[in-house]
Design a protein around this ligand. Structure first.
Ligand code: 13P
Length: 252
């Protein structure tokens, strides 16, 4: 498939990751702002991944808005004695369409392994959710020229899920050194990694999988990133907490 037809076959997706921010009052302002403004960005899928306690609020506020919602983590288990864990079916029960799997903060702070991340993606798929599997290298790994090795290692168990599963997931490339730092990969740097990931997907017959970029995406840099043929949207942290800024990214 050539670059142009690829671009046309994949609608852009801009997803907010609120991380551990918010409260009911602030969320109301943010969600109302998103609902009011989203009609101005019809050509982009818009979604938010909120903390678990606010899934009910998202479910109530975003019904019929055209904005979809999801969670930031999921258990690999279906149900049972797993205190503190949240099952994919519970997320589906709150209307979630998406769930992040393997965000770098979970890999780094909670020891999530590549295999666990793939297991979480599989659990999400079983419940009818779309997992957004995050990959990305640290600064040390990047400086050592190991970016593609790291991405390959992280992707291996996910790719092993097979083409029919892969066709139903989203990938997000989030270089760890660009998250929350104000440092963004240049469009060319990001494109190089996205093209690398795309090539791996193409080998498996699923070149159409959406690949988002994340790491200090803002309204001011979104357009240049989105101009790249293999960047299909963004996973946005800090800038997703202000409705106008987030929607400006979606409009870019
Ligand atoms: P920032 O946009 O705040 O850099 O966060 C990126 C991210 O981690 C999204 O998942």
């Amino acid at each position: 498939m050539d670059t142009q037809s690829r671009e046309h076959s994949r609608k852009r997706l801009v997803m907010g990751n609120w991380k551990m921010h918010g409260n009911q009052a602030a969320n109301t302002v943010l969600l109302d702002g998103l609902c009011a403004g989203v009609t101005a960005v019809p050509n982009c899928d818009v979604a938010v991944c909120v903390p678990f306690p606010y899934l009910g609020q998202a479910n109530a506020s975003l019904q019929g808005s055209g904005i979809s919602w999801g969670a930031q983590d999921v258990s690999r288990h279906e149900q049972g004695a797993y205190t503190g864990e949240v099952a994919a079916a519970m997320l589906a029960d709150f209307g979630c369409a998406w769930v992040l799997a393997g965000h770098s903060e979970r890999r780094a702070m909670h020891g999530e392994t590549d295999q666990l991340v793939a297991d979480k993606a599989a659990a999400a798929l079983s419940a009818g959710l779309t997992p957004v599997v995050c990959v990305g290298e640290t600064l040390d790994e990047q400086e050592a020229g190991r970016t593609k090795d790291v991405i390959s290692r992280q992707l291996a168990p996910v790719l092993a899920l097979g083409a029919s599963s892969l066709a139903r997931i989203v990938l997000a490339y989030e270089p760890v050194w660009a998250i929350g730092t104000g440092l963004t990969a240049t469009p060319d740097q990001a494109q190089e990694v996205h093209a690398f990931i795309r090539a791996r997907l193409a080998e498996l017959g699923v070149p159409q999988v959406r690949i988002l970029y994340g790491g200090s995406v803002k309204a001011s840099n979104a357009a240049s990133l989105f101009a790249m043929p293999d960047i299909d949207g963004a996973l946005v942290g800090g800038a997703s907490l202000v409705a106008e800024e987030f929607l400006r990214i979606a409009a870019a």
